[in-house]
Design a protein around this ligand. Structure first.
Ligand SMILES: *[C@@H]1O[C@H](CO)[C@@H](O)[C@H](O)[C@H]1NC(C)=O
Ligand SMILES: *[C@@H]1O[C@H](CO)[C@@H](O)[C@H](O)[C@H]1NC(C)=O
Ligand SMILES: *[C@@H]1O[C@H](CO)[C@@H](O)[C@H](O)[C@H]1NC(C)=O
Ligand SMILES: *[C@@H]1O[C@H](CO)[C@@H](O)[C@H](O)[C@H]1NC(C)=O
Ligand SMILES: *[C@@H]1O[C@H](CO)[C@@H](O)[C@H](O)[C@H]1NC(C)=O
Ligand SMILES: *[C@@H]1O[C@H](CO)[C@@H](O)[C@H](O)[C@H]1NC(C)=O
Length: 631
């Protein structure tokens, strides 16, 4: 009221008509209302989840105990549908299967606190396996099924797994490394049994489970909501994967924030084609089945051409996406089925701003439920009000409810910039900064459970961030917040580089170039050039058919990008490497740089004087290195 009165008297001096004043005041108050309603609904969601977490903590609940309530309520409803085999499991079947897993492991002497690695591509039993383990307090280490050799051994070893359950489709990968895993690791194989193709001593899982009782295990661990549920490996940009600890309350919180924040219901049907060894697929997706009684359709592997057929076939109302998936869908030829479905919401993380609207319109999806949050981080955000391009919202009028903020960093090195008092400097609206979350260990919502590796944990925590002496989790990502509190993703850790005194966001440039190139995969990174300050932009472009028209590309690019953001070097290759979660792998590309003797792909150099790309050969390479050819 005070604000509106103040505004009214300010307008009085402007000589406006009464109706114009009413109009302006109405528009302004609607604008405020929107901010208020966003703030209060976001705060409401947080409080609801917080209260639920408190209740579960007090009642000593766990994910399996909450699942038991779900089974009691929805017993004969379909819990999981496995696209591929078409198999359906009701909640009761999932419950019984997981009971068999628990009873088998009990019988074999496993006890709470033991770890069992799960390494499977075919997924029918995946959920039942980790859930069964959790019923007796055994912690599953969910291993990326793309891993081989050293990386696979590393992940199994650091988890201290006593056993490995693997799918028969991975027989070879396991046989290759079996001798390196140590003798005492028990091996169970699920799927097509072929004793000649598995390591010696491996047992076939299915007959063992058939013989195990399907009743609730007699033993129930004294497990708490704050205890470990399973491990998820986060693929760092450098080095080996790290095992992040997921406690029961974190599993609950991640799934529940999305459920309440985006107003889902148990009647929704969710399409989950993301890998189940990762939090998006197994927590945000499958969690809706375990905790909220939703039917979840799981698919072994994402398929861009089958995506909408699957959605129509199973009457899915929510689809999940991650990384580059949306772009792959846009890259498909137009078909009728892409509009003939009941999908009302796309839920995920990493939709690029450059294709946001096109994605909604072409596939007729009313709401984009974009969220931000890593497995191990407590600074999750959600775009609860369908704001175009935003990955989240943090109330500016109720900031105390959720202690996260953006603080100033050197965008290139990610080093925090501190004020004279040694405390980090909060960003103003519109100013890019690193997202940080305050750590309050005795608040279950604000805890950081960290990694198995202690030294990796300490690298993600900084002190004196909000105020002197506190500690905070570093997300490693650069975001921008607007006046209202909507947050926009800008770039990932260390990806931004500086060129001609400007900061280049690789995420933005990738989005723009990919649009100019018919949604081809484009990876942008900075490379060092001797004698030049900063890093020169380089774009690796997946072009298997070699169909890029370079002259047209340059013209389009000059319209779309400022000079400093235009890639100085291009590398055309048949395909670019991606992680299991559909993110680009830049490490090898950065290392290869633009040296024609190290790279067999076609390389080009942007000759700024001629305004065109020219082939980069040994001679030109040497003349650039020697500084003779200016960039
Ligand atoms: C697992 O997947 C592989 C490869 O797609 C397939 O050949 C095999 O039959 C599947 N096994 C089971 C048990 O579903
Ligand atoms: C999808 O909905 C239609 C119409 O309501 C129904 O006939 C069909 O059986 C449903 N399909 C599935 C897989 O539930
Ligand atoms: C680039 O980022 C740094 C901090 O990371 C900032 O100080 C500088 O002003 C930025 N430059 C431009 C041109 O935005
Ligand atoms: C993040 O998690 C850590 C550890 O669990 C916790 O100490 C911290 O308070 C959390 N911060 C936020 C913003 O949730
Ligand atoms: C733990 O993390 C540190 C720092 O990231 C790394 O140097 C070390 O190799 C890791 N240890 C293991 C066992 O992975
Ligand atoms: C892609 O990954 C493979 C296997 O790790 C590697 O040999 C290859 O060099 C990578 N390609 C590029 C372009 O980095």
């Amino acid at each position: 009221q005070i604000t509106l009165n103040g505004m009214n008297s300010a307008l009085a001096d402007l000589g406006l008509l009464a109706t114009e004043k009413v109009f302006i005041v109405t528009v302004c108050s609607l604008h405020f209302n929107n901010i208020f309603s966003c703030s209060f609904s976001a705060a409401g969601v947080l409080l609801q989840v917080k209260m639920n977490v408190r209740r579960h903590l007090k009642n000593k609940n766990t994910v399996p105990k909450i699942f038991a309530e779900t089974v009691a309520r929805y017993g004969d409803k379909t819990a999981l549908i496995f696209e591929g085999t078409g198999e359906k499991w009701t909640f009761r079947q999932l419950d019984e299967y997981s009971n068999r897993v628990a009873n088998l492991l009990l019988e074999r002497g496993f006890k709470d606190g033991d770890v069992v690695a799960l390494f499977m591509e075919n997924r029918s039993q995946y959920v039942g396996l980790w859930l069964g383990m959790a019923k007796i307090g055994v912690e599953a280490a969910l291993i990326n099924f793309n891993l081989r050799l050293e990386a696979l051994v590393h992940c199994v070893t650091i988890s201290n797994a006593k056993a490995v359950v693997f799918g028969s489709e991975l027989n070879e990968a396991v046989s290759e490394v079996h001798s390196l895993m140590g003798r005492e690791v028990q091996m169970f194989c699920s799927g097509d049994w072929d004793p000649k193709r598995v390591p010696r001593g491996t047992e076939c899982l299915e007959p063992l489970l058939d013989n195990a009782p399907s009743h609730l295990p007699i033993f129930s661990p004294c497990c708490l909501f704050s205890d470990r549920l399973f491990y998820i490996y986060t693929s760092g940009t450098t080095g080996m994967p790290k095992a992040a600890i997921v406690v029961h309350s974190r599993y609950y919180r991640m799934a529940a924030l999305v459920y309440y924040g985006f107003r889902m219901t148990p009647d929704d049907v969710l399409y989950d084609c993301l890998p189940l060894y990762h939090s998006a697929g197994n927590i945000v997706g499958v969690g809706q089945c375990i905790l909220h009684g939703m039917t979840v359709v799981i698919r072994k592997k994402f398929s861009a051409s089958r995506f909408w057929d699957d959605c129509a076939k199973y009457n899915c109302t929510i689809v999940q996406y991650i990384g580059e998936i949306c772009r792959y869908l846009l890259n498909q030829p137009v078909r009728d089925i892409e509009q003939q479905h009941r999908v009302r919401m796309a839920l995920g993380n990493g939709l690029r701003q450059s294709i946001w609207v096109e994605f909604m319109e072409r596939f007729n999806i009313p709401q984009i439920a974009e969220f931000y949050g890593a497995t191990e981080c407590n600074c999750s955000l959600g775009n609860f009000d369908n704001k175009i391009g935003a990955c989240g919202f943090n109330s500016q009028i109720l900031p105390f409810i959720y202690p996260i903020r953006l603080v100033r960093v050197d965008e290139e090195t990610m080093e925090l910039i501190r004020g004279p008092d040694g405390v980090c400097i909060p960003c103003k609206p519109g100013e890019p900064g690193q997202l940080v979350g305050r750590i309050i260990q005795n608040d279950p919502l604000r805890r950081f459970d960290g990694y198995v590796n202690q030294s990796a944990t300490s690298k993600k925590i900084a002190n004196s961030v909000f105020k002197k002496g506190d500690s905070a989790y570093l997300s490693g990502d650069v975001l921008i917040m607007d006046e209202c509190g909507h947050m926009y993703f800008k770039d990932r850790t260390g990806d931004t580089f500086r060129w001609k005194g400007e900061n280049v966001s690789t995420t933005e440039v990738e989005g723009t170039l990919s649009r100019l190139l018919d949604m081809k995969d484009v990876v942008v990174y900075g490379v060092e050039v001797p004698g030049a300050e900063g890093k020169a932009g380089m774009a690796a472009i997946a072009d298997p058919t070699q169909s890029t028209d370079l002259a047209k590309f340059v013209k389009d690019m000059e319209k779309a990008l400022p000079p400093y953001a235009r890639p100085v070097f291009l590398r055309f290759l048949p395909e670019v490497n991606k992680t299991g979660t559909f993110k680009f792998q830049k490490m090898d590309l950065r290392r290869d740089s633009f040296d024609p003797s190290a790279v067999s792909d076609r390389l080009y150099f942007l000759d700024s004087r001629r305004g065109s790309y020219v082939q980069l050969d040994e001679e030109l390479y040497r003349s650039i290195l020697s500084g003779k050819h200016k960039l």
